[in-house]
Write a protein that binds this ligand. Sequence first.
Ligand code: DGI
Ligand code: FE
Ligand code: FE
Length: 185
Amino acid sequence: MNREQALELVKAQITDKRYQHTLGVAESALALARKYGADPHKAELAAIFHDYAKFRPKEEMKQIIIDQEMPSDLLSFHSELWHAPVGAYLVQKETGVEDPEVLDAIKYHTSGRPGMGLLEKIIYLADYIEPGRNFPGVDEVRELAEKDLDAALLKAMKNTISFLLSKSSAVYPETFFAYNDMISR
Ligand code: DGI
Ligand code: FE
Ligand code: FE
């Protein structure tokens, strides 16, 4: 599948604002792939599809998590987490993308996980630093991303966890496991 075909498929699934975010993630993911030696086409494809399921009804996502035997603890954490694994499933089912690296990058783009592969790191980070983002501290992460992928990823994870703590939100275990894995390397 080429870039234009992928963009056409995702455009039908998401709002204009989310589509602009998606173009930003694709741009950042492509730059990171070139810098750190990942397959640029896979990076672009994963970026384009990473938020594919963002606007699916909660009930539909919940049913997929149950039917596909995804980790059931997802259901006791915030529904914002669901679009990542459900997205990987729906992208495979509805667009025919089969590449396991691309699908895993979509699946783990929100929580991360221990032992993330290069493409997973790139998509997690691109989602955080794309040009449309203006989180506090994002420029520091952008600068780190110029020279050290793991340092940038770790900082993005730290910021996300701090943000969740500041809102007194629950933090999904996989999010902590991903952070612990990066900090101990
Ligand atoms: O889909 P995006 O908005 O582009 O970004 P995302 O998929 O990284 O994250 C979506 C939301 O999920 C964001 O508001 C932060 C939140 N989130 C990330 N990790 C956790 C989390 N929310 C909870 N409750 N627990 C987590 O571990
Ligand atoms: Fe997302
Ligand atoms: Fe996103």
